[in-house]
Design a protein around this ligand. Sequence first.
Ligand code: FAD
Length: 400
Amino acid sequence: MKQYDVIIIGAGAAGLFCAAQLGQNGLSVLLLDNGKKIGRKILMSGGGYCNFTNLDVSPNHYLCQNRHFVKSALSRYTNWDFIALVASYGIAYHEKELGQLFCDESSQQIVDLLQAECEKGKVDIQLRQAVLSIEKFTNDKSANFFQVQTACDSFQTENLVIATGGLSMPGLGASPLGYKIAEQFDIPIVPIRASLVPFTWKEFDKPFAALSGISLPVSVTNREKTFVNQMLFTHRGLSGPAILQISNYWDMGETVEIDLLPSESIYDILQELRQSSPKLQLKTVLSRHFPKKLVELWFEQKQLEDKAIAQLSKANMDFLVNFIHHWQFLPNGTEGYRTAEVTMGGVDTNYISSKTMEVKNTQGLYFIGEVLDVTGWLGGYNFQWAWSSAYACAMGIAER
Ligand code: FAD
């Protein structure tokens, strides 16, 4: 049976980066993945340009039941460390908005970087190797070792790293193996759900589907957070960065409040115009501030009545303020794992060392990346968690 110092399951962002670090520290590393290619999610990420990290990374950009858990790893391997690595490969990048860093050319450059780093570390990458099960044994020196079973091979190691990611995008190789392994070792799973995910329409909101493709800046708020960014109407519901961000903080059955004109007050606009141009029609005024199709829909659906703005009563004005600045949107649900960028919840971090990612009661077993109960905001934070948790784990094993 083939033996390695370390076996890593999952050649995504976390698994590749961890493998490279370990290999470069002189350990023999086997990296197994069920797919035909490495880093498939990286290739899809950031619209093909990979938002690989953010200029402003702090623990506040992460959701985790154990809120201090991410601190150690994020400070040991920072966004600046990864930015320096990207720069050392001559990869040109740019800030899109809100500190989000993207490759100028293509996500493939990040995959190539990780592959080159793995080659430097002589990592044995084996693709099309779906791991079916693992078993733990204790050898005569009382050390744990793990046997990893794939469809056609079995391997042994004293250090097993689970980097199998979450359940989002099943077409890219997602599997529940990581959660099953956690359960096998009595580690609880914080309930999982699709996140960074679009909302779907309830029946009564379906007329908005006609606006599919229209995007506008909004502010979206719920009991916990407010995000100001673009919102996109789709055939199925609402999407865009503002919506994806709030989905991290949303529970089924809750409404979110959407301000469709976050940088101005419709009340002030109308009051001013009532003095200067009282004969202007409401529809004309609204069309100056919102996409035409949206305004047309409001009037078609009889949500608003067109009249000269001088004739707007106080009740009309209050209605408009509420309607535009306080849209109470009740999602039917989300699009689920099919389109979600991440899986919220996962392996309970109370059972994991925040310094090394090792399971506290099982020596030699590690969890890194998205399989853990750590979810970042949209904006490069999930990849940064992959790099930072992978590095913590690699150093934990290498320094042993
Ligand atoms: P993954 O990258 O999911 O890797 C897990 C690997 O394990 C996969 O290759 C899978 O095939 C393999 N695997 C699973 N089960 C088995 C098994 N049984 N046997 C063998 N192998 C197995 N985050 C950002 O920060 N910036 C972005 O721009 C961004 N864009 C995204 C765009 C999309 C469309 C999606 C879906 C996600 C995006 N994310 C982004 C999130 C980010 O991709 C993930 O958080 C990150 O990839 C998690 O890394 P990981 O290594 O933990 O898991």
